[in-house]
Design a protein around this ligand. Structure first.
Ligand SMILES: [Fe+2]
Length: 198
């Protein structure tokens, strides 16, 4: 496993920096999802129910101002679990190719902007929202979005946990340019979806 090495339990690999409680919780929630089957609903439900907080992942990675730090904390044949550390930064506008992505904020706040496809590699901002500690959502692979710390907030930090099923392929995921970057930055529409339903 990438990083500092990991603990293995058959098909399940975990980052050695995880707290013991986190390892136990991941084993309990994801232990039934270790075969090759890509049970997207099951993986997202496991993340939604996972007992994990920021203290559990602090020794796995850290913040890097202006960049998001992606740290693989657990992996099985059909899915991967990442911790992301954000400090005054945002992801590119992207989709998830064939992967469903469930994610939860466990520290700070994130801003999510959703986009509609507007042609080859172009996307138009539709709505934005704040995600706070405990908020969970999931997005099918076709969803186009951007995540980041709230704009204009100096020193803003957040940590989130993301479950991708199957594991996200960074080489094939779609990356988009905003049709109107200012609109994307200021988009104040309200997403018409409930956090718990997505
Ligand atoms: Fe995403």
């Amino acid at each position: 496993m990438r990083g500092t090495g990991g603990a293995t339990d058959g098909a399940l690999m975990m980052h050695a920096g995880l707290s013991a409680d986190a390892m136990d919780a991941i084993g309990a929630r994801f232990g039934g999802l270790l075969d090759e089957t890509e049970d997207q609903a099951g993986v997202s439900a496991a993340l939604k129910a996972l007992e994990i907080d920021a203290a559990c992942v602090r020794r796995c990675a850290g913040f890097d101002h202006g960049n998001r730090v992606r740290c693989e904390i657990a992996r099985a044949p059909g899915w991967v679990l990442l911790a992301m550390f954000w400090e005054e930064t945002a992801s590119p506008i992207h989709d998830h190719c064939a992967s469903e992505c469930g994610f939860r904020v466990i520290e700070g706040e994130l801003e999510e902007t959703r986009f509609a496809c507007a042609g080859d590699d172009l996307a138009r901002a539709v709505a934005t929202r704040r995600l706070r500690v405990g908020d969970f959502t999931k997005t099918p692979g076709s969803t186009i979005h951007q995540l980041g710390t709230p704009q204009g907030v100096a020193g803003a930090r957040a940590i989130s946990i993301h479950a991708y099923c199957p594991a996200l392929c960074l080489e094939t995921m779609g990356i988009f340019e905003a049709t109107d970057p200012e609109r994307a930055a200021e988009c104040g529409g309200v997403l018409d979806v409930e956090l718990s339903e997505e």
